[in-house]
Write a protein that binds this ligand. Structure first.
Ligand SMILES: Nc1ncnc2c1ncn2[C@@H]1O[C@H](COP(=O)(O)OP(=O)(O)OP(=O)(O)O)[C@@H](O)[C@H]1O
Ligand SMILES: [Mg+2]
Length: 266
């Protein structure tokens, strides 16, 4: 097994007018090449901060992050990122939005056009190459942004609540699609989500984060056969994983039973 990512005792405190905001506390995590890891935690626990520190777009307050053989000290570009919003440029066609990845990197576009076509076909957007984002549904736009993130064939894909803005059925479909893409490409994926069931359905390991300052509360390997289907969610084994994680959030006061009043415990 080769290590794709090593996060070692990473912390982050943001400066603010009223004092520091302690966002991430001593997170250490190793991710193997080709692994699908879900980062699950309540709002504000520092998930996006951790992702941005991996991409070198937010400076760490302490600790080290190594991706492959590189220590991340500034913007790190040998990865793809997908955000909650597709962030497409409305005046560019679908194809030109995907190719933006190559333009920004100053690479010769010629060899990437065919790959862009292949990726668009893989996500079911063949025939939409010359459409504009405003002609597409939210789910289709998010598919375009996934193609853009994969075009330069990065070994690591960071996804920050990529399906959080989609309706439930589209989200279900994209869960299956991202599993297919991952199984075909064997990329290393770090997938941020608020959804217990999305995390269990997709991941090899679920990293459960505590409320802010976010630290790792539990690491749960998900031993369910692949490819997982939507019906996997109705199996007893799946239910047991989901219940165990829900229990942690209840214990931390992130979720409360009906009738309970509680304070959030760190
Ligand atoms: N640029 C910033 N300046 C100051 N504080 C920040 C900044 N960015 C994030 N924070 C704070 O750091 C904490 C963690 O934020 P972060 O966005 O990483 O959380 P998150 O887990 O991604 O939340 P969500 O699930 O809602 O997206 C929050 O309390 C947030 O207010
Ligand atoms: Mg976030």
């Amino acid at each position: 097994m080769t290590l794709a990512v090593r996060i070692d005792k990473v912390t982050k405190t943001y400066a603010s007018a009223t004092g520091g905001i302690f966002a991430v506390e001593e997170v250490s995590l190793d991710i193997e090449e080709g692994e699908f890891v879900a980062l699950l935690g309540p709002s504000g626990c520092g998930k996006s901060t951790l992702l941005m520190m991996m991409a070198g777009l937010v400076t760490k307050s302490g600790g080290t992050i190594q991706i492959g053989t590189t220590k991340v000290e500034g913007p790190y570009t040998n990865l793809g990122i997908v955000f909650q919003e597709a962030n497409l440029l409305d005046w560019r066609t679908v194809m030109k939005n995907v190719m933006l990845q190559i333009e920004i990197r100053g690479l010769d576009p010629t060899p990437y056009r065919q790959r862009a076509n292949e990726l668009l076909r893989m996500v079911g957007l063949e025939g939409y190459e010359n459409r504009h984002p405003y002609e597409l549904s939210g789910g289709m736009q998010q598919r375009v942004s996934i193609c853009r993130a994969l075009l330069h064939d990065p070994p690591l894909l960071l996804m920050d609540e990529p399906f959080g803005a989609l309706d439930a059925l589209t989200r279900d479909q994209l869960n299956l699609d991202i599993q297919d893409i991952w199984m075909a490409s064997k990329k290393t994926v770090l997938f941020v989500t608020h959804s217990i069931s999305e995390a269990v359905l997709l991941a090899d390991r679920v990293i459960v984060m505590t409320p802010r300052p976010g630290k790792i509360g539990a690491v749960i390997p998900i031993d369910l056969p692949r490819p997982r289907q939507l019906g996997t969610r109705e199996t007893p084994a799946f239910g047991a994983y989901a219940k165990r994680i829900r229990g942690m959030f209840e214990e931390w006061g992130v979720l409360r039973q009906h009738g309970e009043t509680g304070e959030v415990k760190p």
